[in-house]
Write a new protein. Structure first.
Length: 514
């Protein structure tokens, strides 16, 4: 039987500067869901990439005295490198300057034109280059003779030019019906309400081409215009599945997307424009759009201009990628904004990873190496207390799966790490070192229980801290195909004849001078 499929995407990033923590966060969150669906037994397609057209990039390239394509080649490569640094399991990396994407955008444009959803007129209004977004008069504030977007704070310019328009207004009711019929189309709930209220106020037609610059995909049949960068960018999600060839295996298997992971600042584009474009082009809509909150540093959104950027690469070099992944999920409640700091990161590494899960593995494995000929002890006689430990985790599995499928990442993590606290307590209480001579049978049962529990916790932590999890499962010789949720209940994942592998400390404790 074919596995069920799961398609998850990150936003494609503007390669206008170095990747920062906000980019890392979107990608890590998506990676955790991708890896979880994989251990749940799904075939997963995980897409990320770079969004390379538009005035913002053209200006940035000019500032750097570079041809825009060359500029993008260089910066896109740093985003591609980041996928390695973050240990992402992405299936593909798309760039909007690739031929496959051009083909797909041209097709979508032609479909919109054919369906009568596009007309030529003139745009006059406010535009933010930084957001690549149009704003209405009531979305603007004035400060020192300049105008800014109320929502993003970025400066806006007055634009007047010939433009093609997309009949967004025509889709207003269809969109509202879709939100209504599909309650989990936009999540979290609070964001959905924002979108619904915005759409209910009335949608204006959307300018979808520009004539005042050239860095973009030309409008078919009118080369004076380039296609609006958001119409271009959103289409990436289907370009990567070989659209317009909708009968190819990838498209058939993975479209509609299971979930688009995005930041809350780009919700309007994903929850209003994208579904409207798709409906007009007669393409099924994605199942879910999840808008996460912002990562704050000093209680403010990280930004170049505020100078409060925490560089993910520096942090990873100093502390490790599993550590950063774990901390971000633990500290920031997905969907809300969350403040991060190095102090809290260090405390989290020490408390949850070094002293808790890392220490558990270290103590148990060292003991087994020394006292059990370096093999996993087997047993058939378990006491109530042993069974309670492992069964408690098994009993919780449906709730854990549900948490992940509803993007309740924090609940999942807190629950799983609490099993590790319990396992440490079990080891302390049952003192296998005292049983060694007194009752070796009983010692074997205790060790078998705790190793089974460590194995299960490691499988569950795999989406979040894949390196540590794989180290533990490698050490225990658990076959790769058995590192899945369904094998948590299976008693036969261990080879009791085989010696255990080398084991290195999982998480170094951070020593603080203060
Ligand atoms: N290119 C568009 C997305 C096109 S998707 C078809 C874009 N790029 S971006 O590089 O500016 O931002 C990408 C993502 O990073 C957004 O989801 C944004 O919310 C996220 N973040 C940027 N700064 C952030 C924080 N400080 N915290 C969390 N995420 C934020 O928008």
């Amino acid at each position: 039987m074919q596995n069920k499929s799961f398609y998850i995407t990150t936003p494609i990033y503007y390669p206008s500067g170095k990747p920062h923590m906000g980019h890392a966060y979107s990608s890590i969150v998506a990676d955790i869901f991708a890896r979880f669906k994989n251990i749940e037994g799904f075939d997963v397609f995980y897409l990320t990439g770079t969004d390379e057209h538009g005035l913002k990039i053209q200006r940035e390239a000019e500032k750097n005295k570079k041809d825009p394509k060359k500029f993008c080649d260089e910066l896109s490569a740093t985003f591609r490198d980041l996928t390695k640094t973050l240990n992402l399991s992405n299936s593909d990396f798309i760039r909007t300057t690739e031929d496959r994407h051009y083909k797909s955008v041209k097709e979508i444009w032609q479909r919109l034109q054919k369906s009568g959803d596009i007309y030529l007129s003139k745009y006059s209004g406010w535009y933010s280059i930084s957001d690549e977004a149009y704003y209405d008069e009531d979305e603007i504030i004035s400060k020192n003779n300049k105008k800014y977007s109320k929502s993003s704070g970025s400066e806006v310019d007055w634009v007047e030019e010939e433009s093609y328009f997309f009949k967004l207004s025509k889709w207003q009711n269809k969109l509202l019906q879709h939100y209504d019929k599909n309650p989990s189309f936009i999540l979290p709930e609070s964001r959905k309400n924002e979108v619904v209220n915005f759409v209910k106020k009335g949608l204006k037609d959307l300018s979808v081409s520009r004539t005042s610059f050239t860095w973009g995909i030309p409008v078919p049949q009118n080369k004076k215009h380039v296609i609006y960068v958001w119409l271009d960018a959103l289409t990436n999600y289907i370009s990567a599945l070989n659209f317009p060839d909708t009968s190819n295996e990838l498209f058939k298997k993975f479209w509609p997307a299971s979930i688009h992971i995005i930041g809350k600042d780009i919700l309007r584009f994903h929850a209003i424009y994208w579904p409207a474009f798709l409906m007009a082009a007669n393409i099924p809509l994605p199942k879910k759009i999840y808008g996460h909150g912002w990562i704050l540093s000093d209680e403010k959104k990280m930004s170049k201009s505020l100078g409060n950027i925490l560089d993910p690469i520096e942090i990873i070099n100093k502390y490790g990628i599993d550590q950063l992944r774990y901390y971000l999920i633990k500290e920031v409640s997905l969907g809300n904004d969350g403040n991060i700091s190095l102090k809290n990161l260090e405390d989290c590494i020490n408390n949850d990873l070094a002293n808790n899960f890392g220490n558990l593995c270290q103590r148990v494995f060292t003991f087994v190496k020394k006292n059990c000929s370096n093999k996993i002890p087997n047993s058939k006689n378990f006491d109530k207390v042993d069974l309670a430990l492992t069964e408690n985790l098994i009993k919780t599995l449906p709730a854990l799966i549900e948490n992940m499928n509803n993007q309740k990442l924090n609940n999942y993590l807190n629950e799983v790490i609490s099993f590790s606290f319990d396992a440490n307590k079990y080891f302390n209480d049952l003192k296998p070192w005292e049983l060694k001579n007194k009752d070796p049978e009983r010692m074997n049962a205790v060790l078998n229980t705790i190793i089974t529990q460590i194995k299960n916790i490691s499988i569950l932590l795999n989406p979040i801290i894949p390196i540590a999890s794989e180290n533990v499962l490698d050490f225990l010789n658990v076959p790769v195909e058995k590192r899945k949720i369904t094998f948590i209940k299976d008693k036969n994942v261990f080879d009791y004849q085989k010696e255990l592998n080398e084991f290195n400390i999982l998480f170094k404790k951070i020593e603080n001078d203060n």
